[in-house]
Design a protein around this ligand. Structure first.
Ligand code: OGA
Ligand code: NI
Length: 356
């Protein structure tokens, strides 16, 4: 599609604006979307699951993961098995990248065609109100889409750390997928198979939220649900920012040390026929602190139809809520619109075919 070839207007890295005394108009959200609205100072937080007991499935892990995905769509994991030394090395490499001179980063400026590289906006609506964040987006799997030349060359350890991190977090996703299958009463490998077996896709988005002159008027990332399968988020180790919508209220997530935050994406909502929820979330920014987070998107093979797993529709009265669609088609739809509200997957519910 032509409209996805180029950005509709010149892209300005947010980092280059962050020392400005005022917030440029392009980043001022309408009053109803500003961070203070609907944000209750609650002590409520997302569930925490100790994965030490997986993969045996014992110790209540399956129940804990499946409960969290039914009621929250989000949970934190501790004892996840990914080397903490690797996590630290990976995070510092990317922090180093965002602190390189702008000219070096701009070598990797991205386009809306694939989004790969260094970017500052999502969606191609001309004149849209923008989010206060820059990012780097890359493909890790399938192998034919992974291209080291599209990853930053500097800092020197970045590519190696990213490769190692990708391998380890993929293993973690597979363990979580097994728990999610068992939690639906399916064979342990059922959801993985439905996602494409060993041909799953993985993309990584490193988010960098610079200091913001008016954090009360802006958002780092607008409300959205993640379009893929699962997301494993490595949050900043010092600065909070992620908020999850629970019963209409924005809840601030407080990451535990050495934890990952995992959330259900739209494709798992579809596969599970809405037993598991892909939940809206957003990011707030700060006046005095920048923030780095890394989203690891675990996605289906992109060219196979993804629909509710047939076994889940066997019981009387269980109708398919979604018509099968490839992730390629779904992603194209999302990329045109940019981050926008509660599961875009709902736009497709109207197309559901009762009784199939
Ligand atoms: C994302 C996302 C949250 C964060 O990248 O999709 O929701 O805390 N990130 O940066
Ligand atoms: Ni997200």
């Amino acid at each position: 599609m032509d409209c996805l070839q180029e950005w509709p207007e010149p892209v300005v890295p947010v980092q280059s604006l962050s020392e400005a005394p005022t917030l440029p108009d392009r980043y001022v959200k309408p009053p109803s979307q500003r961070p203070s609205v609907g944000d209750a100072a609650r002590s409520l937080d997302i569930p925490v699951v100790d994965l030490a007991m997986l993969p045996g499935g014992g110790g209540g892990v399956v129940e804990a993961v499946s409960e969290a995905c039914r009621h929250w769509g989000f949970f934190q994991v501790v004892n996840h098995g990914v080397s903490l030394e690797l996590v630290r090395r990976f995070r510092e490499a990317w922090r180093g990248f965002f602190h390189l001179p702008m000219e070096e980063k701009k070598r990797y400026a991205n386009s809306p065609r694939t989004y790969e590289g260094y970017g500052s906006r999502l969606g191609v609506d001309e004149g849209a109100i923008l989010d206060w964040g820059d990012y780097y987006f890359l493909h890790f799997l399938p192998c034919y889409l992974k291209d080291h030349d599209k990853w930053p060359e500097l800092p020197p350890c970045l590519r190696e750390a990213t490769d190692e991190y990708g391998v380890e977090v993929r293993k973690l996703c597979r363990r979580v997928m097994r728990a999610l299958s068992l939690g639906l009463g399916l064979d342990a490998d059922r959801l993985q198979k439905a996602l494409g077996g060993d041909d799953e896709g993985v993309c990584i988005r490193v988010n960098f939220y610079p200091r913001c002159p008016r954090p009360d008027l802006a958002l780092g990332l607008s409300p959205h649900s993640d379009p893929g399968g699962l997301t494993v988020l490595l949050a900043d180790d010092h600065v909070h920012g992620l908020q999850v919508r629970k019963d209409g209220v924005w809840i601030t997530v407080h990451p535990l040390p050495n934890a990952f935050i995992i959330n259900v994406g739209d494709q798992i909502q579809v596969l599970s026929n809405a037993e598991y929820q892909s939940v809206e979330h957003r990011v707030v920014v700060h006046a005095k602190e920048e923030r780095l987070s890394v989203a690891f998107f675990y996605n289906p093979r992109s060219d196979i139809p993804i629909g509710p797993v047939p076994e889940l529709l066997a019981a009387p009265g269980r109708a398919a809520l979604y018509r099968p669609m490839t992730f390629d088609d779904y992603r194209l739809f999302i990329r045109r619109r940019g981050p926008r509200g509660k599961p875009q997957v709902e736009s497709f519910e109207a197309m559901a075919i009762p009784g199939t």
